[in-house]
Write a protein that binds this ligand. Structure first.
Ligand SMILES: NC(=O)c1ccc[n+]([C@@H]2O[C@H](COP(=O)([O-])OP(=O)(O)OC[C@H]3O[C@@H](n4cnc5c(N)ncnc54)[C@H](OP(=O)(O)O)[C@@H]3O)[C@@H](O)[C@H]2O)c1
Length: 226
């Protein structure tokens, strides 16, 4: 578990960590011993959601505050807000992002039918995020295919891989360590451009869930020995 050793000493901020997806990660990462800060547009809401999760989990390192303060406190920032608000939220935390890795979980599901994929204008939400944060922050895309339904119950074992896209291997390793901490296998999936495919896969999984009447569809990579 070499990767986990690296992030155990880092503060992880989850921007939009009050939501379904972000609070699920907050629970799992805090349970794994990580130091987690939940960010919200409202510091009171961030504090309240963190207190509720602490109540559930017991003795964990989990705090809540505003998105900007959370990003300031963090070594590693995770973006977990709806695609529609991504640009606005990134602008609001940008002063705190320089020199840091931003792991985005954003899966853009545009239009009425969430199971029919339409790429965003910039190619992918993650590529747009990289353009929005500028060159001083390195964006990594991960977790787009992990449903909040899986994350919600901290005892539930998640049966899927996490594809991780980003320019630098060392940055992808951080997201892979986060995947491990949440009980999943992270897989290097190449350059940030590839996030377009991974984000699109979310729509594919939504379609599969609808067709097979389940909430559990996920992806697994075969043929690699890790
Ligand atoms: N849900 C899933 O199963 C799932 C699976 C894979 C990927 N994702 C991706 O993960 C991200 C978060 O998903 P989610 O289901 O957690 O979303 P969500 O619950 O709708 O939103 C997450 C948080 O973002 C903030 N937010 C909501 N609407 C906003 C707005 N209009 N402007 C600014 N901030 C807003 C809220 O936090 P505050 O009110 O505290 O600011 C909210 O708690 C999305 O990009 C989604 O595509 C989700």
């Amino acid at each position: 578990m070499k990767n986990s050793q690296n992030i155990l000493s880092e503060v992880i901020a989850i921007i939009g960590g009050t939501g379904a997806e972000g609070s699920g990660f907050a629970m799992r990462w805090a349970q794994a011993g990580l130091d987690v800060v939940i960010g919200s547009r409202s510091s009171q809401k961030g504090e309240r959601v963190a207190a509720e999760l602490r109540e559930k989990l017991g003795d964990v390192k989990l705090r809540g505050t505003s998105n900007l303060e959370a990003a300031r406190m963090a070594d590693l920032v995770v973006l977990s807000v709806p695609y529609e608000s991504q640009e606005f939220i990134i602008a609001s935390i940008k002063p705190a992002l320089a020199g840091k890795v931003l792991v985005t979980v954003v899966a853009p599901l545009l239009g009425e039918k969430k199971g029919r994929y339409t790429p965003p204008p910039g190619g992918s939400a993650a590529l747009e995020a990289q353009a929005q944060v500028g060159p001083e922050t390195r964006v990594v895309a991960a977790f787009q295919n992990v449903s909040a339904h899986h994350l919600a119950d901290p005892q539930h074992k998640i049966d899927c891989d996490v594809l991780v896209c980003g320019a630098k291997r060392a940055d992808r390793e951080k997201a892979i360590a986060l995947a491990q901490a949440a009980g999943m296998r992270g897989v290097h999936a190449g350059a940030l451009q590839n996030s377009a495919v991974v984000e699109g896969m979310t729509a594919v999984l939504i379609s599969i869930n609808a067709i097979y009447k389940t909430r559990n569809a996920g992806i697994r990579i075969t043929g690699i020995d890790v």
